[in-house]
Design a protein around this ligand. Structure first.
Ligand code: PLP
Length: 373
């Protein structure tokens, strides 16, 4: 009965969770065993090593968290910013706003640098905001804003944050696995992702790289809590080859398998080229249909495209019509753009033929809706 409800019916172009690689689903079926058993330890440590390489984080600590990505927003704030302390939150869409809410709901203060939907953060504006707010402890950046399909220029923004010697927290939930990350070189303090996005693994696991100075600050931070106590996670990586509480083991196995698929494909560069190719195919296809992309030119996301609907057509109508044809896209998301956009995710398991087929159907759907409008 449950299967009848949840069985796969659509080709997924969602914002996440996304379709998983078949090899991932296969390994996730194994019978469970203790997370303190030697077999888990082997996979845990191997996953950390592979992630270090993928994220170019030789100097950082990789942490696997038994939460979704949002858990790391909370962890970043609680471990490094004292109560009442200030954080500069950059906002280019709905997930930047979430970081602000996390800062404030944890009793810290947020100052914001906000843009209209479709825009990316500009380094000169960030520099200016930091000059005006020299007392902030940290800066948050949404690397890829899932609601608008904009990829922020992270290396340039990180440079500015480093010049001001502030902590840098990067929400890479819909970027990690689909956009390049050079943790050491770019000078990041905390960068986190979620399993259910560009790695194509089911939800439930958050993945992060953390700088050593974060642990130095965190160790002295009172009331940082237990579940998201970063120094405790670091200790468990070394002492127990595991996590303080029970990890979502199937997701860790699935992630490990994806990291091996990436290696077999020829490494990170080849894998990211696949993501670029998907994104370009989708953007070109959408433009050929005569639709406009929300992201400002030069900042288009490699993992998700937000598309503006033609006059008289709502994003939800496109979403519903595509679902009827067997394709699940994503609805518009966020203030001011919910109704006039729909989104096409390019994450997880899909073929180039799936993309062509989806675009052909989208063309027909738009033609039909235009006739009705
Ligand atoms: N940040 C971004 C950019 C996201 O896209 C999402 C989820 O879509 C989140 C944060 C929240 O992540 P999670 O649902 O894994 O907590």
């Amino acid at each position: 009965e449950v299967y009848e409800i949840v069985k796969p019916r659509y080709k997924l172009f969602t914002a996440g969770p996304v379709a998983c690689f078949p090899e991932v689903l296969e390994i996730m079926k194994v019978q469970m065993f203790s997370h303190r058993a030697k077999e888990y330890k082997v996979i845990h440590m191997d996953t950390l090593e592979r992630l270090k390489k993928f994220l170019e984080a030789e100097n950082g600590e990789i942490i696997l968290f038994p939460s979704s990505g949002t858990g790391f927003m909370e962890a970043a704030v609680r471990n490094t910013v004292p109560r009442g302390g200030k954080v500069l939150v950059t906002i280019i869409g709905a997930f930047g706003k979430r970081f602000k809410e996390v800062v404030e709901s944890n009793g810290r203060k947020a100052v914001t640098l906000e843009y209209e939907p479709g825009k990316a953060v500009k380094p000169e504006d960030l520099d200016d905001a930091l000059r005006k707010n020299p007392d902030v402890h940290a800066v948050t950046i949404t690397y890829n804003e899932t609601s608008t399909g904009v990829l922020n220029p992270l290396p340039e923004l990180a440079k500015v944050v480093n010049e001001h010697d502030k902590l840098l927290f990067v929400d890479a939930v819909s970027a990690m696995g689909g956009a390049d990350i050079k943790f050491d070189k770019w000078g990041i303090d905390i960068i986190f992702g979620s399993s259910q996005k560009a790695f194509g693994v089911p939800p439930g696991l958050a993945i992060a790289a953390i700088s050593q100075r974060v642990f130095e600050i965190a160790e002295k931070m009172p009331e940082r809590g237990w579940y998201f106590d970063l120094p405790l996670y670091k200790k468990f990586n070394y002492k127990k080859q595991g996590t303080p509480s029970t990890p979502p083991m199937p997701q860790v196995f699935g992630l490990n398998v994806v990291l091996r698929i990436i290696e077999k494909m020829g490494g990170k560069e080849e894998w990211l080229k696949m993501y670029q190719k998907r994104a370009e195919m989708i953007r070109n296809g959408v433009r050929e249909i005569g639709l406009e992309i929300l992201a400002e030119p030069g900042y288009e996301s490699p993992t998700i495209t937000a598309v503006l609907t033609p006059e008289g057509i709502k994003g939800e109508e496109v979403y519903n019509a595509m679902r009827e044809r067997g394709f699940e896209l994503a609805k518009g998301y966020g203030e001011g753009i919910k109704e006039k956009t729909f989104r096409i995710g390019h994450m997880g398991y899909m073929t180039f033929e799936d993309i062509e087929e989806m675009l052909q159907n989208l063309k027909e759907v738009i033609e039909e809706l235009k006739k009705k409008a």
